[in-house]
Design a protein around this ligand. Structure first.
Ligand code: C2E
Ligand code: MG
Ligand code: MG
Ligand code: MG
Length: 283
């Protein structure tokens, strides 16, 4: 009897799995098509100077408007893209959209601060990345200084000369490099020091409960101290409240990013927030 019910359960289980697998397979195909047809879009979240007033940068964040499921967030479709091996293609698509948008802004005389693009491990580990980025910069007449790249710290845990070469080539183009979600992964402090990163982004999970949570205060302070010692700048993510802002400012955090200032915006909304380029405004 036990055996029979076990078998029945296994059947239900299999049926479930195959339904899920089918849905995933379908969605993966649609995601691939979206990437191939340039149907993904990008929103821009302002990054502010430590004063919390001036927008000095933006982070590009990918979005997917699915035909029937509607607006999908990265949390919903990035795991799929990872599993399907589509992350490098997705990142390339985002890089191209961003370069096009920067070119567009310059052509219209609009202010566009440096834009930070998130890269997956697949992208950053690909030795062809610098050449691909160089080609985009040429195609869209964008300076390397107008781009920044964010990678999560797990990427730097393995020691590889290839990664080092890639990072150095990117830096030679004028591109700045940041470690994203700092504190949530594993990175050797030695490697952090020896690789050409210039910014650490403190993950939202540590800034969420500032300044009330003593552990979060301690972690954030230690990241700020470490960064200062290594000559790195710090961006605090997930700033939503006045209390968080005040505390971070008091500790000398270099950059602030979060819903307190702005949610991620469409390009048009972002430009509206920025106003015209300074040279134009003065005229
Ligand atoms: P991330 O790079 O750490 O980006 C910050 C995320 O936090 C964004 O979520 C942003 O909308 C959200 N956020 C910003 N400020 C606040 C705040 O004050 N409160 C709260 N609750 N959330 C805030 P999003 O856009 O859903 O992106 C999630 C993650 O997906 C990103 O985390 C990044 O790891 C990844 N991602 C997004 N776009 C790309 C991309 O083009 N390529 C790659 N490889 N990964 C991407
Ligand atoms: Mg990021
Ligand atoms: Mg982050
Ligand atoms: Mg994050």
């Amino acid at each position: 009897h036990a055996k029979a019910s076990g078998r029945r359960q296994a059947q239900y289980f299999n049926k479930d799995i195959s339904a899920t697998a089918k849905a995933r397979f379908l969605l993966e195909g649609q995601l691939l098509a979206a990437i191939e047809q340039s149907a993904l879009s990008v929103v821009y979240q302002p990054i502010l100077a430590g004063d919390g007033r001036r927008i000095v940068g933006a982070e590009a964040l990918v979005r997917w408007q699915h035909e029937t499921l509607g607006f999908m967030s990265p949390a919903e479709f990035l795991p799929l893209a990872y599993d399907a091996g589509l992350m490098a293609a997705l990142d390339q698509q985002v890089l191209e959209i961003v370069c096009r948008d920067i070119q567009h802004a310059m052509a219209k005389g609009l202010a566009m601060p440096p834009v930070a693009v998130n890269l997956s491990a697949d992208s950053i580990m690909d030795p062809r990345l610098p050449d691909r980025i160089w080609a985009l910069l040429q195609q869209y007449r964008v300076e390397g200084e107008q781009l920044e790249l964010e990678v999560i710290e797990d990427v730097i845990k393995g020691d590889s000369q290839a990664l080092r070469n890639t990072l150095e080539e990117l830096v030679k183009m004028g591109i700045k490099l940041s470690i994203d979600d700092f504190g949530t992964g594993y990175s050797s402090l030695f490697r952090l020091k020896s690789l050409p990163f210039t910014k650490l982004k403190i993950d939202r999970s540590f800034t969420n409960d500032l300044p009330h949570d003593a552990d979060d205060c301690a972690i954030t302070l230690s990241i700020l101290g470490l960064a200062k010692g290594l000559g790195l700048q710090v961006v605090a993510e997930g700033v939503e409240s006045q209390a968080q802002e005040s505390w971070l400012q008091h500790q000398g955090c270099d950059y602030l990013q979060g819903f307190k200032y702005s949610r991620p915006l469409s390009l048009a909304e972002f430009w509206q927030r920025m106003g015209p380029a300074r040279g134009m405004a003065e005229r």
